[in-house]
Design a protein around this ligand. Sequence first.
Ligand code: AMP
Ligand code: ZN
Ligand code: FE
Ligand code: FE
Length: 285
Amino acid sequence: MNQVDLHLHTTFSDGTLTPTEIIEISANRGLKYISITDHDSTEGIDEGFKAARQYSDLELIPGVELSTDVPGTEIHLLGYFVDQNDSEFQNTLSVFRDSRKERAKRMVKKLSELNVKISWERVQEISNGASIGRPHIAQAMVELGYVNYPKDAFDKFLGRNAPAYVERIRLTPSDAIELLVKNGAVPIMAHPTFAIPNMNKDGLSKLTEMLVEMKEAGLAGLEVYYGLYSTEETNKLRTIAEDLELICTGGSDYHGSGNPEEAKIGTVGPPVTTMDLLKNSRKMT
Ligand code: AMP
Ligand code: ZN
Ligand code: FE
Ligand code: FE
């Protein structure tokens, strides 16, 4: 078990555990630092801080995850030590959440045209006021037996190149980094293999190119410890990060999604020494 897990989702976006449950599990597993990083929302942070007061050995880092658009794929950015009281930032997040809702509605309609009859009401019930995402739609599809697991819903219908996919408002990576920096948050590129699935020579040089550009905009780190990354993958990513003087961070990206082979809370993350690097980086912004 690790001592740090800096990528966790709650019921305030597409996770299935509440912030309180995440904190309790993390504390029971002996974690020292965790971050709640919901999609386009910091609404779970207060509950997380409240629950964390019970556990003096556990520190909660307030975080957020933003999705950005690059041709053909997407890049997710994590922001650590996000200032939730920044009203301009909150206004922007709420525009993103509205766009998520409209997009989800359109995806349900598209699914219906493809003879997948899930109801918008049920999707709203599942999301229960959270920052709505495709996993909520996937869950409704699992419930009605259209697919066995959420990931199958992505493969067949909801993924970027699948028939029920609908776009939503997204920033460029540089704009998202700027938004985070302006807020005082420390920007990190999440799960790089999302954007670069093939870590061959071409893939790695494309990733390096992206990172150089993002670093100019203020990127501070790269998620090299992630979910089910192999040691080999992590080592390749760590070499790139170190060459570019980016902080090596990471976490499980736990959602409690019900997919088989999901990394559990606290099973993956950076060493404790990373926390000092992140805290120093915060002071510099
Ligand atoms: P959205 O925020 O609506 O764009 O949905 C993105 C979220 O869906 C990610 O954060 C993951 O939780 C989940 N997701 C993305 N791709 C897949 C996939 N292939 N299988 C299962 N879940 C996925
Ligand atoms: Zn998610
Ligand atoms: Fe992500
Ligand atoms: Fe995530």
